[in-house]
Design a protein around this ligand. Structure first.
Ligand SMILES: Cc1cc2nc3c(=O)[nH]c(=O)nc-3n(C[C@H](O)[C@H](O)[C@H](O)COP(=O)(O)OP(=O)(O)OC[C@H]3O[C@@H](n4cnc5c(N)ncnc54)[C@H](O)[C@@H]3O)c2cc1C
Length: 294
């Protein structure tokens, strides 16, 4: 299908971009990598007369890390750049892994983490690790900025709390404590170049005796939105990670699911795979936190 006609805008700074977003709020759309937006425009799923590209706004593609301040991923940062960034690989391996295995090389070179979050697909690969790392998004509009924890961002399949006049400026991720580890595992039905049928992310912090002081677990593709698993997290906190406990925590992750049958997998397969992947993710996060794996 041919791409419908629209006016293409290239603001040169954030102020111009915010003006345009305000001016065209009823029939305009922001473009980052375009890997979600352009197929939807081509399919005639949106009535869009103005496309506002953020690609010439300076500074949006930054990826910065400081031990005391954590990670900042600008909304223009591409998946491929996040995947290989040394600070991301070292401190947020679950996110680096998600960004390096999702989609295809071409898509990863174009697509942004911000676009993946804003698209708000239940299967969004970066969402589960970012939820496990307790990320927040910075939303900006004329006259103000707000920080929204990712746990409050998603409201349904393809839906989130963003207002039409807001631009997502950056994603902030707190820095991990020293003795911590994390992982993300995903399964897709056909090959890795497919939307995930199940995704599980985990983050564990340990005390000096090796007990878990903090656990964060998150799932994608198994509920109407990416979700955290508070029951499993509470079960792990304060405990030594014994095999029986890991099994029970993974079972609690299964209880956090609300999967559906679709072309990628049945609900029952998804539940079974959450049990398997959650156990592995907790184990891998623990090994990394102990210093046994890099
Ligand atoms: C072949 C193919 C394979 C794919 N595989 C996967 C996969 O395995 N896993 C997965 O999770 N996804 C996958 N995707 C989906 C897609 O590539 C990702 O969601 C991608 O990260 C979207 O980023 P983008 O920069 O291209 O977003 P865009 O398409 O540019 O934008 C997405 C949405 O966000 C809005 N937007 C973008 N930036 C901003 C901003 N800063 N402020 C406000 N609004 C903004 C746009 O208006 C649009 O509504 C795939 C897509 C394709 C085409």
């Amino acid at each position: 299908m041919a791409t419908p006609r629209f006016t293409f805008h290239q603001p040169q700074n954030l102020e111009q971009a915010l003006d345009m977003v305000g001016m065209y709020r009823t029939n305009g759309k922001i473009l980052a990598g375009g890997t979600d937006l352009v197929p939807k425009l081509r399919a005639g799923l949106m009535d869009v007369h103005h496309v506002i590209s953020l690609n010439r706004v300076p500074g949006l593609n930054r990826i910065t890390y400081q031990d005391d301040d954590g990670l900042v991923i600008g909304s223009g940062a591409r998946l491929a750049d996040v995947a290989v960034h040394p600070d991301v690989r070292k401190n947020y391996p679950g996110l680096a892994h998600a960004c390096s295995v999702m989609a295809t090389t071409q898509i990863r070179n174009m697509a942004t983490v911000a676009g993946n979050i804003i698209n708000s697909a239940p299967s969004a690969d970066t969402a589960a690790p970012l939820l496990a790392y307790e990320a927040a998004v910075i939303l900006v509009e004329r006259g103000g900025r707000r920080h929204v924890p990712l746990t409050e961002f998603f409201t349904g399949p393809g839906m989130n709390i963003m207002e039409p006049m807001e631009i997502l400026e950056a994603i902030r991720v707190p820095s991990p404590p020293k003795q911590s580890g994390s992982a993300y595992l995903r399964l897709s039905a056909r090959s890795k170049v497919d939307i995930a049928a199940v995704g599980v992310a985990g983050f564990l912090a340990l005390d000096m005796q090796g007990a878990i002081i903090k656990a964060r677990l998150a799932l994608s593709a198994v509920a109407p939105t990416p979700v955290r698993c508070p029951e499993a997290e509470a079960m792990l906190a304060g405990q030594m990670p014994e095999p029986e406990l890991l099994k029970r925590a993974a079972a609690a992750c299964v209880r956090a699911c609300r999967p559906i049958d679709d072309v990628r997998a049945t609900a029952s397969y998804r539940r079974k795979m959450v049990q398997v992947l959650a156990q592995r993710v907790i184990q891998q996060s623990f090994e990394m936190a102990k210093g046994g794996a890099a």
